[in-house]
Write a protein that binds this ligand. Structure first.
Ligand SMILES: C[S@@+](CC[C@H](N)C(=O)[O-])C[C@H]1O[C@@H](n2cnc3c(N)ncnc32)[C@H](O)[C@@H]1O
Length: 283
């Protein structure tokens, strides 16, 4: 049944704002009722609900856990691309990976751990994988143990990431980076797609992690954490808590990379090298 939703009332909108803040740390901002209306249309139609109050009660209740996940999937903004903000990938390839290589040679450390936190449908993690393969390919079997983690709270986006299959329009964001040998073209019924090759997929694990959880189910520390275009949508208090928590997941000398436009934050234990770029101090 297709229901025709009105704009949410102020009270209902505030209810959704409170829930988004509590469950995700997100700040829905004011005057965005039209956005919520558009994003909830499909779910509420599916459930045959035309009253925001009923939907709010459902997703706030103990028995509404499953629907809450649909709500999370509907309200999170998942826009992403391969090599989005390309300068970060150039910087990693040209400066950071060579210096990691050098320090690994000196220290005998074998692990390299990279984390795309808020990875959406996976393009950021696969972009990391492609440049890491370019940099470390020759040493992967012997000297270097490379793993990439991609996490997000949106399970629909994570399913796409896990499948590693993208329509040709999405592949155009590779720009001048050739898709081969990382992706192979495939024909689905009436659709040309590209699928990530095993050399790439075996490096990357995708998992659901809500960044506002107090403890992440992650046992390792990272050389580089990318958390770009994620905290921008957060309320300042949970944003700061997440930044501090991410900082504790860096090895000494490890890097936290925010989006080029996410500037003005400070994180304890990290030195700000540029507006959006932080380095873990030695403990
Ligand atoms: C705009 S996308 C950014 C994707 C990628 N990092 C990039 O820069 O292209 C933001 C992602 O953050 C995720 N996100 C939002 N709140 C989150 C939370 N509390 N925990 C984990 N991920 C979250 C969203 O689901 C979405 O996939």
């Amino acid at each position: 049944m297709i229901v025709s939703l009105e704009l949410p009332s102020e009270d209902h909108y505030r209810g959704f704002q409170d829930l988004a803040l509590k469950k995700l740390g997100l700040s829905l901002g004011s005057g965005k009722g039209y956005l919520l209306q558009g994003r909830l249309q499909r779910r509420m139609s599916k459930l045959g609900l035309d009253d925001y109050g009923d939907y709010l009660r459902l997703i706030s209740s103990d028995s509404g856990e499953e629907e809450l996940q649909h709500f999370v999937n509907a309200i999170t903004t998942t826009k992403t691309d391969f090599f989005r903000e390309r300068e970060h990938f150039d910087w990693l390839s040209q400066e950071i990976f060579p210096s990691i290589k050098q320090s690994h040679l000196e220290s005998g450390r074998k692990k390299i751990r990279l984390w795309s936190a808020g990875c959406s449908s996976g393009q950021e993690a696969y972009s990391l994988g492609m440049i890491a393969l370019d940099s470390f390919r020759d040493q992967l079997d012997s000297d270097i143990d490379l793993r990439i983690l991609g996490t997000d709270v949106n399970t629909e986006a994570l399913s796409i990431a896990q499948a590693g299959i993208y329509p040709s329009e999405a592949m155009s964001s590779l720009g001048d980076k050739p898709a081969a040998p990382y992706f192979r073209p495939m024909m689905l019924p009436e659709k040309r797609v590209s699928q990530a090759e095993t050399a790439l997929t075996k490096l990357i694990e995708f998992r659901k992690v809500n960044l506002i959880q107090k403890n992440y189910p992650i046992a390792t520390k990272f050389d580089v954490i990318l958390c770009r275009n994620v905290l921008y949508y957060f309320d300042p208090v949970p944003r700061q808590e997440v930044l501090e928590r991410l900082s504790s997941y860096l090895i000494d000398g490890g890097w936290l990379v925010l989006s080029l436009t996410e500037i003005g934050y400070e994180v304890s234990g990290l030195t700000k090298v540029r507006g959006h770029l932080f380095r873990r101090d030695c403990r």
